[in-house]
Ligand binder design. Structure first.
Ligand code: BGC
Length: 591
């Protein structure tokens, strides 16, 4: 028998009332036992996990429609287990008109027909769990699609049951201090509805009306929808766009106490009814505000650390660690039962909201010289093209991502260095089909006629399927894919990466040097941010006479620590992770 997810309660309570909820398919799924990893029963599993975001619609099409689906993801679970992923994050898979990639939901407990069924979701969860992989999904708490039956009812019948489910006003003057997020497409956070003859409030696209949490019934509906998916077996949620849940006159309508109260209520429900499941906050905020989404350990278990991400890219171009050092110094301690989520890229534009205007101009000039590469306050490009396909820089960015505090979140396709397509609209250019093989026309993504693909599969060098694909990189021991897989194995073998303390080391040059420590284990991470060789030159107390082992890096061996001042040379954009442990650790062999 395969192991049931440790976090699933024996008998989950039935939703109190779920007006629009469907019933989860309850027929059991027969499964063969699988060798390899199984789920840990650690309720704080997320603190050591490596996450992987799958854009399901572009990952693997199992039905020949040209659109990726849940069953296609099931087909690729062995690959994700091979890569060493602990948790998959799937963006919204709910019924939706897909005017915002599915973040415009019109049925909170349904599944978009093209993507699969509830039974298919159960199979995905069981097959993933059988491989020791958890699955979280997005849940859009702030808004729905304007096609949602609640909104249709609200606009048509102000006195009806959903009349107060959204934020309606007679004019568009309220909350004037709230910024517009999608600046390239929206002129106001208010839109006039000709049916109700009032304005409704929306922080994103005008077709995504914000829910009205002043109405307590709305939170009850959301809780019930969350319960529905937790009952089905999801391991948690990325709670989308959480800073904007409530509005208050005279404020910027972000991070308000009412918003935190709602998240605490959601957490309470999870703790009481589904212990071991996880909430991850998408709060694109400065560290002192982002940390509030942990509450006192009673709000979200995780929150993305948005500001550190653009600073990794800035550090590379400036050849300077100053900006990362500063933001990490500005990052408050987090509660013991919480963890940051860190990332390089995701399905959105590389957001530059959490930098100064001057820094944004610099990053745009460096990484998005052509206007088509820009979107809102960000850059709509993938990792490899951002660094001119330079594998040294891709590895260096991953070295920082995987050794800094926080649980890393990888984005599908970046593990093989996929390119982007800036000619596609909105953020579609970073959501093109996964490149599994060199074989055209579908590259292993789909057997359908490529004319059916919503986004074309890249064909041209250097990023086309003939040049960048999983199969070729699996076969090449020196590929980016095999390097990343090995580096994830190293990370998994040393829990100091997930749980250890962090301390930046004084360095006399532009090597970003820091220590992670847990008990008698110390890992030093050295990252040369420049295009020249650099001498690592750091003060190391208490390690004289010790020779570290190289866990991963651009050099094969590291010298013994002879005196407190330790020196070693790193190549351009080179990195190394050194381990001092008692007793010395056995090296992780490549497999
Ligand atoms: C998601 C975006 C989406 C927006 C509105 C975000 O933060 O990541 O993809 O467009 O929320 O739902």
């Amino acid at each position: 028998m395969t192991q049931a997810p440790a976090s699933v309660p024996a008998a989950a309570p039935a939703p109190a009332s779920a007006p629009t909820a469907a019933t989860p398919a309850d027929d059991a799924v027969e499964m063969a036992p699988l060798p390899g990893r199984s789920l840990t029963d650690d309720p704080q599993w997320f603190k050591k996990a490596v996450f992987y975001e799958v854009w399901v619609r572009a990952f693997r099409d199992s039905t020949g429609t040209g659109v990726g689906d849940l069953n296609g993801l099931v087909e690729k679970l062995d690959y994700l287990a091979w890569l060493g992923v602990d948790c998959i994050w799937i963006p919204p898979f709910f019924p939706s008109p897909e005017r915002d990639g599915g973040y415009d939901v019109d049925f909170l407990t349904g599944i978009q027909v093209q993507l699969g069924t509830h039974q298919g979701m159960k199979v995905l969860l069981q097959e993933a769990h059988a491989r020791g992989i958890r699955v979280i999904s997005d849940f859009v708490v702030n808004h729905t699609s304007s096609d949602h039956p609640w909104f249709i009812s609200s606009r048509e019948d102000p006195e009806g049951p959903h009349g107060d489910y959204y934020v309606w006003r007679d004019d568009d003057t309220a909350y004037a201090d709230a910024r517009i997020i999608f600046v390239d497409s929206e002129e106001s956070n208010w839109t006039f509805d000709p049916v109700r003859k009032q304005f409704y409030w929306h922080r994103f696209y005008h077709h995504q009306p914000d829910l009205n949490y002043d109405n307590p019934q709305v939170l009850e509906e959301i809780l019930n929808a969350l319960r529905f998916w937790l009952d089905l077996g999801l391991d948690g949620f990325r709670l989308d766009a959480v800073p904007y849940l409530v509005e208050e006159e005279g404020t910027n309508c972000e991070n308000l106490p009412g918003t935190h109260a709602i998240l605490k209520r959601i957490r309470q429900m999870v703790d009481e009814e589904y212990p071991g499941r996880m909430l991850l906050a998408e709060a694109n905020q400065w560290p002192n505000e982002a940390v509030e989404y942990f509450g006192d350990g009673d709000e979200c278990h995780m929150a993305f650390h948005f500001p550190v991400m653009p600073r990794m890219f800035m550090a590379l171009r400036q050849g300077s660690r100053a900006s990362i050092s500063q933001i990490l110094a500005d990052t408050p301690e987090l509660p013991e039962n919480c963890q940051w989520a860190t990332f390089l890229r995701n399905h959105d534009e590389l957001t530059l909201e959490m930098v100064t205007e001057e820094e944004r101009d610099y990053l745009w000039a460096q990484y998005a010289p052509v206007s088509k590469m820009r979107l809102n306050l960000g850059i709509r490009r993938r990792l490899a093209p951002l660094v001119d396909n330079d594998i040294r820089q891709i590895k260096l960015l991953h070295s920082m991502l995987l050794s800094l505090p926080g649980s890393p979140v990888l984005y599908y396709g970046d593990e093989i260095g996929m390119g982007d397509n800036i000619w596609l609209p909105d953020r579609d250019g970073v959501r093109t089909p996964m490149q599994w093989t060199s074989e055209g026309p579908g590259g292993g993504f789909s057997e359908a006629n490529p004319y059916l693909f919503p986004k074309p599969i890249p064909c041209a060098p250097p990023y086309g399927i003939e040049h960048v694909n999983v199969a070729d990189q699996q076969a090449d021991p020196d590929s980016l894919l095999n390097w990343l897989r090995h580096t994830l194995q190293v990370r998994r073998a040393h829990e100091v990466f997930g749980l250890g303390s962090f301390r930046e080391l004084e360095s006399t040059n532009e090597v970003f040097a820091f220590e992670r420590a847990q008990g008698s284990t110390r890992v030093l991470s050295f990252n040369n941010l420049t295009e020249w060789p650099q001498l690592v030159d750091v003060q190391l107390e208490g390690l004289v006479g010790r020779t570290p082992s190289v866990l991963s890096g651009s050099i094969g061996e590291a010298p013994e620590v002879i005196v407190d001042q330790y020196q070693l040379e790193l190549p351009p954009f080179g990195y190394v992770w050194l381990l001092f442990s008692d007793p010395p650790a056995t090296p992780v062999q490549r497999s």
